[in-house]
Write a protein that binds this ligand. Structure first.
Ligand SMILES: *Cc1c(COP(=O)(O)O)cnc(C)c1O
Length: 460
């Protein structure tokens, strides 16, 4: 057996080497899949291998295939980096190897979940009595929230979905905007609720309130409305207050996908854009995106703890609880997982390290840099900025798709930044997302120069 301390020292040193390389390594890796297979593949060893050697070779073999998404020059998808305190807490989480499923497996994880729940509700301006679960990402947060929604809306018409399932149940109507995130669709599919009915969205991707009102007027019976704060391309925020009014009138359950956008509520300056947010029935968000904690880390919040718990809880005779255990809420009552990583520790560490003002500053700075990028990119010949930059997303394109695709490919060649291409209403576009705590004005300058040079190169 290797000395554990030596192995961890070596690992810390490899990790630090990686982090130091972020300043100079290409943001997107150059290695092809075959090179990675050659370095990392081969038959499964027949005999045990030395752990130091395994780790050394893993680090060397994987390195050419690592995306430097922790670098300030990474603007792809909506992917955050990792704050130092969050990363350090994540290491401890692995060393402790706690099962956060229930109190008796880890009093520390349970109590830190309880504390972090209160901090998050306060920070995001959500009802103090709401329940909260720590899951892998917004995808599973949707599954959890919409399972609670399904239970609740069916119960109101006298149907017990927990006991009787969906066979023969009254039809549940689900309404979403036309630009709903695909993970909402998948959650609904997993829950047996089928494909939702789409409601018109405007050019920014916001639900058109009049269209939702019309759709709701035609619906009878159990209804769920899915809105969003932070459309994945544009960052657009649905008019939540008006949507909440409609849901109140029709007794529809209002679910809000706030995978990244929910964090706007933590900024006093941006919060007004999310007006009405606290009136929803459930919310989902990620810590691994804008809060900059390591993957994987999502959060589900429910204004109706009873429906949330009954949709998720499990009970068994062998799970005998003490008085203390009963008072602290068990994690497995609020998530679809049974055994579960104590992924709350990195969230807790990130929130403590940033404090209330640090979270607001992180969110506001990202938005300011996105606005700066939009302003400066709009000066590059041929670039059309497609969105109102309300959060951290900038969407842009050129006059034709071939040019958009070609300029993006050229701009990425230098390797000092990475952005993702996307399709909007069938046309090519480029997406810039400022989600990393390390991104600064210098990184924005490099993006603008990269696109200016690529455009100049093409017109030569
Ligand atoms: C990223 C994203 C999701 C999915 O989140 P995961 O954490 O990847 O599961 C859902 N909705 C929106 C708007 C997103 O940006």
């Amino acid at each position: 057996m290797p000395d554990a301390r030596d192995l961890l020292r070596l690992t810390a040193s490899l990790a630090a080497d990686y982090l130091e390389s972020l300043a100079s390594r290409p943001v997107f890796p150059r290695a092809a899949a075959d090179e990675l297979r050659a370095a990392l593949g081969g038959p499964l060893p027949g005999e045990p291998q030395d752990a130091v050697q395994v780790i050394t070779e893993l680090a060397a073999g994987a390195d050419p295939g690592i995306v430097a998404s922790g670098s300030g020059g990474y603007f792809g998808f909506v992917i955050g980096g990792t704050l130092p305190a969050a990363m350090a807490a994540d290491w401890l989480t692995s060393a402790w190897d706690q099962n956060a499923g229930l109190y008796s497996c880890s009093p520390a994880a349970s109590v830190v979940e309880e504390i972090t729940r209160q901090w998050l509700l306060e920070l995001l301006g959500l009802p103090a009595g709401a329940s909260l679960g720590f899951v892998t990402g917004t995808q599973m947060a949707h599954v959890t929230a919409l399972a609670a929604a399904r239970l609740h809306v069916l119960e109101r018409v006298g149907w017990d979905v927990g006991r009787d399932g969906l066979t023969g149940a009254p039809r549940v109507t689900v309404l979403t905007g036309a630009r709903v995130h695909i993970t909402v669709d998948r959650a609904l599919r997993l829950l047996g609720l089928g494909t939702p009915t789409r409601v018109e969205s405007d050019g920014q991707g916001r639900i058109v309130v009049g269209a939702l009102a019309e759709a709701l007027a035609e619906v009878r019976g159990p209804t769920i409305v899915c809105a969003q704060v932070g459309e994945v391309n544009t960052g657009a925020i649905d008019p939540i207050a008006a949507i909440a009014d409609l849901c109140d009138r029709t007794d529809a359950w209002l679910h809000v996908d706030g995978a990244f956008g929910l964090w706007a509520a933590a900024s006093p300056r941006l919060k007004p854009r999310t007006a009405g947010l606290e009136r929803a029935d459930s919310w989902t968000t990620d810590a691994h995106k804008w809060l900059n904690v390591p993957y994987d880390s999502g959060i589900v919040v429910c204004a109706d703890p009873d429906s949330h718990r009954r949709a998720m809880t499990v009970q068994a005779a062998y799970l005998v609880q003490t008085e203390d255990e009963r008072r602290v809420r068990d994690g497995f009552d609020w998530t679809p997982e049974f055994s579960r990583r104590a992924r709350v520790f990195p969230i807790y560490a990130a929130l403590r390290a940033l404090g209330r003002s640090g979270v607001a500053e992180l969110i506001e700075r990202s938005c300011e840099l996105a606005a700066l990028a939009a302003e400066r990119l709009s000066g590059v010949p041929g670039i059309e900025i497609m969105n109102e930059v309300v959060l951290n997303q900038v969407l842009f394109r050129f006059s034709d798709d071939a040019l958009t695709d070609a300029v993006l490919a050229d701009a990425l060649l230098a390797g000092d930044m990475w952005l993702s291409g996307t399709k909007v209403d069938g046309r090519s576009a480029i997406r810039l997302s400022v989600s990393n705590w390390q991104t600064d004005e210098g990184d924005i300058g490099r993006v603008v120069r990269g696109f200016s040079d690529a455009v100049a190169g093409r017109s030569r």
